[in-house]
Design a protein around this ligand. Structure first.
Ligand code: IPE
Ligand code: MG
Length: 225
């Protein structure tokens, strides 16, 4: 979800106004995904690198997140949405952690869209943690190194039980992955648009999905093999 700052700058507004408008896109895209019967929507809301931002901006983002969780509970229930997170949420402010666990518990039985918020998420952090856990299990002989498979690694990532994404949408035209789901995106289709996140709404999502539907996914094979 990139481009909030630039959206604000274009209007000579403070960056936080861009985040506020971006939160409206979060609502619109989540509802559109529920409506379109998308099964999983993962939103990269806060990265392990985002702590480098000015304290005030980080505080605003955390506050926005708590407010969002409080406000969206009913909509999530109404739309049968299940909330999940990936990332090291233990480092988030207490208020955010409390709201998160409340909403996760409340929505845990919902069977529609799974909304996965990536919070204090970094792919390198995720892979490092997985390797540490696997190494410990090898030492304690719970896992034999020769038996490690791709599935073993996948099972130790934050995304265990979450399927790999089919489509990765990047807004604001940046041509980089920015430490997002490095392992899981191995065969995802990429869709990069110059549209800034606050301007990315249902019509733009539909366009991305339509383009995805026309992609020829071969997963390293050949067509009509
Ligand atoms: C939002 O966009 C990303 C978040 C961390 C919420 P940015 O804040 O990165 O916007 P730009 O890149 O400055 O335009
Ligand atoms: Mg950015």
């Amino acid at each position: 979800m990139d481009g909030n700052g630039r959206w604000a700058k274009q209007r000579s507004l403070p960056r936080i106004m861009g985040h506020r408008e971006g939160a409206k896109s979060v609502r619109a895209i989540t509802e559109a995904c529920a409506e379109l019967k998308v099964k999983y929507l993962t939103l990269y809301a806060f990265s392990t690198e985002n702590w480098k931002r000015p304290h005030k901006e980080v505080a605003f983002l955390m506050n926005l997140l708590s407010h969002y969780l409080v406000k969206e509970k009913n909509t999530m229930m109404k739309n049968n949405i299940r909330l999940l997170t990936i990332g090291d949420t233990s480092k988030l402010p207490l208020g955010v952690k409390t709201e998160l666990s409340k909403t996760i518990k409340l929505t845990s039985k919902n069977t529609g869209l799974s909304l996965v918020l990536a919070l204090n998420y970094g792919a390198k952090d995720e892979i490092t943690k997985a390797i540490k856990t696997i190494a410990k299990k090898c030492i304690s002989r719970k896992i034999s190194p020769s038996k490690i498979t791709e599935q073993t690694i996948a099972d130790h990532l934050y995304t265990k039980n979450i399927p790999d994404p089919d489509l990765m949408i990047r807004t604001s035209g940046e041509m980089r992955i920015s430490n997002f789901l490095v392992w899981q995106l191995a065969y995802a289709e990429f869709y990069i648009t110059d549209i800034l996140w606050p301007d990315f709404r249902k019509a733009q999502l539909v366009k991305a999905i339509e383009e995805y539907n026309n992609r020829d996914r071969r997963f390293g094979g050949v067509r009509n093999a």
